[in-house]
Each structure stands twice: as structure tokens, then as C-alpha cells.
Write a protein that binds this ligand. Structure first.
Ligand SMILES: Cc1cc2nc3c(=O)[nH]c(=O)nc-3n(C[C@H](O)[C@H](O)[C@H](O)COP(=O)(O)O)c2cc1C
Length: 339
């Protein structure tokens, strides 16, 4: 078994956390991860109260009275909470309390005292080193350093960090300024090789989104998962195109990685034109989404799409990842030869 500060402090069997994935990571997926010994986060995303209520109820039904209830939490998109924080307030008032609230994409400080008062851990995902002081000031117990390979939202392509460099840089910063705060690597981790790598880079574990999106419990359409299964890692791109098509008003510093499908390709390099005159593209996107046609609707998966070769249950994915990582770490000593 792999032991890190994350497994020790959170009582986990595996140093893996399910990313909170808006609309795709619900109660079943988070509960399956928690039961398998990882940490599961419900994707509260845009803070839709009805969705959060429904999915938290599913998780509660499955985990109530079980030790795995200590391994579950909920995530929100921070700039969206600035408009409406009712879903955060609601979940912090539940009999089965989330063990952690995960905030990403905005300033976590306005929510820090509310989360601390509830006795709940704060996890902050960051896209750049400059966000670290605010996350520490907010009382984050865990920082997630998100690299640009990640599926879904992250820093715009021009400034997105590489997981390979960002994780050790964040580890060094934390060692110097907040040594008790744990670090997870995110973006591009889909198997045991990736998990072992971020541990070597100085993280206490991995945050995994896309690989667990492509699971039996993930709420994405089966057709979307099959597109991801068929694609290789060259097939995704970061851009604002799907945010415009979905009428999501994201701040300019973030964009979105998904499969480059036919509709995306149509608008690549023409984003200003799309923003100026979106009506026809909206209609095409909406028709594609309604029909489950993923040449038009988005398939939200990261670069790791090229490493996804099956769609098993989440428990199998995380256990496989941990077993492979153990084998990688145990085997690594064979690289050292005595002269
Ligand atoms: C389908 C999907 C939805 C996501 N939604 C959210 C979200 O609502 N909030 C958030 O903080 N991150 C979200 N993310 C990003 C994850 O937190 C995480 O950084 C990312 O999945 C890690 O990279 P990976 O996809 O290569 O594992 C999403 C990712 C995916 C794939």
C-alpha cells in the first residue's frame, strides 16, 4: 500500500481524490470512490441547488452509517458562488456533512469562515503559483496544482502550467511557506504511472477527473464516453468555444479542454466572430446536445483520453491505478545500477 500524508490524515487506502466534475460527477461516482478507499467529491459545479440536493441525497443514501462517509465532499466553481452560494450553504447544513469543500476558479477567501465554522476541510485548486498565498490565507488544508492537460476548465492555453513543472514548484513553495499543507497534482493523471509520477514530484496524491469521468458511474452520456474511448491524446484542445456555445460566462483567464469535434473545429481561430454573432452556432450546438450528437455537443475530457481504453466501475479504476503505481515505485529501484 502507498502511504502519504493524504492517506494518513484523511484515513484513505489510496492517495487518490476524485475531481468534482460539474454535471458529470454525481453521488454514485463519489460514493463508489469513497467506498474504494479514495476520496470522492460530488461535482456541485455551478452551484445548482436542485442538482446538488439530488446528488448529495444519492451519496447519503449509499454512504450513511458507513465508514466511507468520511471520504466524501463537494466541489463548487468559486466565481459562480459569488453570484449564488445557496448550494454551498445547503450542503454545509446537511446531517451527512461533506468532509471537504473543494473550491476552484476564483477567490476562496469569502467562503473560508463559513466552511471553517462548519468544521469542514477546505481544498483549493489553483492554476498558477500566484494563487497560493490567498489559498493559504483562506485556510486550505489541501492545494491542488492543476496543469493544462486537465479536462474541463483551467487556465487559458496561453498561460496554462505543465503539471510536470507546476507540481514540484508548488511543492517547494509549500515546503517554504506552509509545510503542513498537503498538495495534490491534477491534469493528465489516468493510471499508475501518472500517480507514481506526481508522488515523485512532491505531491501527496493525485486529483483525477477525466479517467473517472470515463467510468460506469460517471453521468456523461454513453455516446460521449465512447467518443473519448476512441480518441487519442492529440484529439483535445483548450479554447473558449464550448463556453460560448453553452452560454457560460466564464472569466477571461479560464478556458475549457474537450474533444475537438467538428463544431469546435469550425470555430477554431474564429472565436471573436463566434462571440459577435453566435445565434446560428448556438442553434447547431443545442440541436447536437438534444440529439446526443457529439460531432456538435461537447465531450469534456482531457488529454488523458488517449490513455482511456475501457469504461469500468470507478472502484476498479482507482484500485488499478494504485496497484500500478505501487509496481512503478517498487520497480524504480531497478533503474539504479551499482558501478
Ligand atoms: C467533465 C469535467 C468536469 C469538470 N468540472 C469541474 C468543476 O465543476 N469544478 C472544478 O473545480 N473542476 C472541474 N473539472 C476539472 C477537475 O477539477 C480537474 O482539475 C481535472 O479533471 C484534472 O485533470 P484530468 O481531467 O486530466 O484528470 C472538470 C473536469 C472534467 C473532466
Amino acid at each position: 500500500m502507498i502511504r502519504t500524508r493524504l492517506t494518513e490524515r484523511l484515513g484513505l487506502d489510496l492517495p487518490v481524490m476524485l475531481a468534482p466534475m460539474a454535471l458529470a460527477g454525481g453521488g454514485e461516482l463519489a460514493a463508489a470512490c469513497a467506498e474504494a478507499g479514495a476520496f470522492g467529491l460530488v461535482g456541485g459545479g455551478y452551484g445548482d441547488l436542485d442538482w446538488t440536493r439530488r446528488e448529495w441525497a444519492i451519496l447519503t443514501r449509499r454512504l450513511a452509517n458507513s465508514a466511507a462517509a468520511r471520504h466524501a465532499g463537494c466541489g463548487f466553481i468559486t466565481w459562480k458562488l459569488d453570484q449564488d452560494a445557496s448550494a454551498l450553504d445547503w450542503v454545509l447544513d446537511q446531517p451527512l456533512l461533506p468532509q471537504a469543500i473543494f473550491l476552484s476558479f476564483g477567490d476562496p477567501r469569502p467562503y473560508a469562515s463559513r466552511i471553517a465554522r462548519a468544521g469542514v476541510r477546505l481544498i483549493c485548486q489553483i492554476q498558477g503559483l500566484a494563487e497560493l498565498p490567498a489559498a493559504i490565507e483562506a485556510g486550505a488544508e489541501i492545494i491542488v496544482a492543476q496543469g493544462g492537460a486537465a479536462g474541463g476548465h483551467g487556465a487559458v492555453a496561453a498561460t496554462a502550467r505543465s503539471t510536470m513543472v507546476f507540481v514540484p514548484e508548488a511543492a517547494d513553495w509549500l515546503a517554504a511557506h506552509a509545510p503542513g499543507v498537503m498538495l495534490l497534482g491534477a491534469g493528465g493523471i489516468a493510471d499508475g504511472r501518472g500517480l507514481a509520477s506526481v508522488l515523485m514530484l512532491g505531491a501527496d496524491g493525485a486529483l483525477v477527473g477525466s479517467r473517472l469521468w470515463a467510468s460506469r458511474e460517471g453521468l456523461a452520456a454513453q455516446g460521449a464516453k465512447e467518443q473519448a474511448l476512441a480518441a487519442d491524446g492529440d484529439a483535445t484542445a483548450r479554447s473558449p468555444i464550448f463556453d460560448v456555445l453553452r452560454r457560460k460566462d466564464w472569466p477571461a483567464e479560464y478556458d475549457f479542454r474537450a474533444l475537438r469535434n467538428a463544431l469546435h473545429r469550425t470555430w477554431e481561430g474564429r472565436e471573436a466572430e463566434l462571440r459577435a454573432n453566435p445565434a446560428a452556432a448556438w442553434a447547431e450546438f443545442d440541436a447536437g446536445a438534444a440529439a446526443g450528437d457529439f460531432t456538435r455537443a461537447n465531450v469534456t475530457v482531457g488529454e488523458v483520453t488517449g490513455l482511456i481504453r475501457d469504461l469500468p466501475g470507478a472502484a476498479e479504476i482507482v484500485r488499478r491505478m494504485a496497484a500500478e503505481a505501487e509496481a512503478c515505485l517498487a520497480g524504480a529501484s531497478r533503474l539504479i545500477v551499482n558501478p
